[in-house]
Design a protein around this ligand. Structure first.
Ligand SMILES: [Cu+2]
Length: 323
């Protein structure tokens, strides 16, 4: 390559061809690394259908973004190295206004990227029924599964799990098992899950990290989120909405187990809570609860099962003397 720094007129190298070749090679290399090396390790992992889809979406966005990043930064570096003003050069650069080729390339290129992102994003939201995000009380797209009053393994029944947030604990209620409650989230593998997320007090956010589920928990709102766990193991559940002084301590764990193990666990808890009086003390299963109209309920729950909320009771006591 001849240097362009000399004052004698030398043949200009073919800058655009150089840039194009370098851009193609670097972009291809980056995209291959993203797909084969980075993709399998991207959060939130591949434990559920929604987590897998989020992992895929992040990989696709990274693959679409890498060539843009390399193009912009590569051109920037190339221009600084090759076209910077030399000492004593006060002339203007070549004007690009009115350069139809450049303008057309820019408009077509950026339009294609934005349209692709819009179409891809819309498709990814519709097909997996919201991809683990809260879709509100009446989701437009639903996960396939049988709506049943009782849940049985191996029947593709949709398991309903109500997620109740309150300062500063999560409670999980299973309407297909007599409305029993647990402070640990148990789920069967390979089963469509329909979360109904709500809150008893302030706004919280249900975040089951490994499942790729994140849905707002708002009082008086039934926020539906879908997923299907594809692997067994532990799940961490956090609150992801600043909800008061112990927000950071508002976490628990869940387990994804076999369908038979789940049924054994759920019927066992149901039987225990029926026997010790928890089921009788709980309010009837509803999509949302108003704790202010369930007076004295907390005391009964504390007596039979020791479940407590921030005020010392599962629901606020109406007795002003009580803590
Ligand atoms: Cu919270």
């Amino acid at each position: 390559m001849t240097s362009t720094a000399s004052t004698e007129p030398a043949a200009e190298p073919r800058h655009w061809l150089r840039l194009l070749v370098a851009w193609l090679v670097l972009s291809l290399a980056a995209d291959l690394v993203i797909w084969f090396v980075w993709f399998p390790h991207l959060p939130p992992g591949d434990m559920s259908t929604s987590a897998r889809l989020q992992q895929f979406d992040i990989a696709v966005l990274a693959i679409a973004g890498a060539p843009v990043f390399i193009g912009v930064v590569g051109y920037f570096i190339y221009a600084i190295v090759n076209w910077r003003a030399r000492a004593g050069d006060d002339s203007d650069g070549t004007p690009i206004h009115g350069n139809v080729k450049l303008q057309a390339t820019w408009i077509i290129g950026t339009s294609a990227i934005v349209l692709f992102l819009a179409v891809f994003g819309t498709y990814e939201l519709i097909v997996p029924a919201g991809a683990g995000a809260g879709e509100g009380p009446q989701p437009i797209w639903k996960l396939a599964g049988n709506q049943t009053a009782t849940w049985s393994p191996g029947a593709n029944d949709m398991l309903q799990v109500q997620v109740i947030g309150q300062q500063w604990v999560w409670t999980f209620r299973y309407p297909q098992f007599g409305g029993m409650e647990s402070s640990t989230l148990y789920l069967p593998v390979d089963t469509p899950i329909e979360f109904h997320v709500t809150s008893l007090d302030v706004i919280h956010d249900f975040w089951a990290y490994q499942l790729g589920v994140k849905a707002d928990a708002n009082p008086a709102v039934d926020n539906v989120a879908y997923t299907e766990a594809k692997q067994m193991g532990s799940v961490s559940v956090r609150c992801d909405e600043l909800c008061g002084i112990w927000h950071g301590a508002m976490f628990t764990y869940g387990r994804v187990v076999t369908q038979d193990a789940f049924q054994t666990w759920a019927t066992g808890v149901q039987a225990k809570e029926a026997a010790n009086g928890v089921l009788a003390a709980l309010p009837p299963y509803a999509l949302t609860y108003d704790p202010t109209v369930i007076p004295q309920l907390g005391q009964a729950i504390v007596k039979v099962d020791g479940i407590t909320g921030a005020a010392g009771y599962y629901y606020p006591s109406t007795d002003p003397v009580q803590p």
